[in-house]
Design a protein around this ligand. Structure first.
Ligand code: GLP
Length: 230
């Protein structure tokens, strides 16, 4: 695992440059994008770079809340379109739904597999919405959200009680089959889980720790998120 530590602004630029480089080196490739406050900063930096090759890429949304209307501003699909896809001209967009979850991995496969997956991390170690105790061999499917994840998303929904109970997410296997993975984390609230990701046992209770075994994994951290691994 490669680890890069710098300021949040610089890390956002580095992550954006990595995404741009993959788009340039592999025209039309498939990439997976996670929504979140952290990755939003990366997408802002990426949109500002005006990388024309991005428009031809195929974008797979890592996860989505269930039960929201199409166009709901809280949905991952809406936010990713607003923050990234519409800004860089990506029109080939795939978002998993509960109904087609079992076909999502085949769709990725038919696009040549994921060249790159861009991830954030939950304070409980989730990636996408793969919560603790997710099996390593999981593919895209419908899942129940934990209370901790609902708390993390409470602001977006005006209270944890309003966060949907279920979501659809790429599985750990889906993510780990990406040729390259970058995971971005900012802030001291992520420091403990980043320590577990880097040094912890690869147990299903820390889903992100599975990335220790990925051959092309880059962890991008600001100083605060890195404070327990320095
Ligand atoms: C959310 C999403 C993830 C996201 C993570 C971190 O619940 N399911 O895709 O990467 O948690 O979010 P944030 O960057 O807002 O802390």
């Amino acid at each position: 695992m490669k680890i890069i530590i710098n300021s949040a602004d610089k890390i956002s630029e580095i992550a954006a440059t990595m995404i741009a480089d993959h788009a340039k080196a592999h025209p039309g490739c498939a990439m997976a994008f996670a929504a979140g406050r952290t990755t939003k900063r990366v997408y802002q930096a990426l949109a500002a770079m005006n990388v024309k090759e991005l428009a031809g890429c195929k974008a797979f949304t890592v996860c989505e809340f269930e039960g929201l209307e199409e166009g709901d501003k809280r949905s991952c699909a809406y936010r990713l379109n607003d923050e990234l896809y519409s800004k860089v001209g990506i029109t080939n967009i795939f978002t998993p739904t509960a109904d087609d979850a079992d076909k999502f991995d085949a769709e990725i496969e038919s696009c040549g597999g994921l060249e790159l997956a861009v991830l954030g991390i939950g304070t409980n170690g989730h990636i996408g919405f793969n919560e603790p105790a997710t099996p390593y061999d999981s593919y895209t499917r419908s899942v129940l959200l934990t209370d901790k994840t609902k708390q993390m998303n409470a602001k977006l929904f005006g209270g944890a009680e309003n966060v949907p109970d279920k979501a659809v997410t790429m599985g750990l296997k889906t993510i780990c089959e990406a040729k390259n993975v970058i995971l971005v984390a900012f802030g001291s609230e992520k420091a403990e889980i980043i320590h577990q990701l880097v040094y912890g046992k690869t147990t299903t209770y820390v889903p992100a720790a599975m990335l220790q075994m990925h051959m092309n994994m880059t962890l991008l951290l600001d100083e605060e998120a890195a404070e327990k691994i320095k």
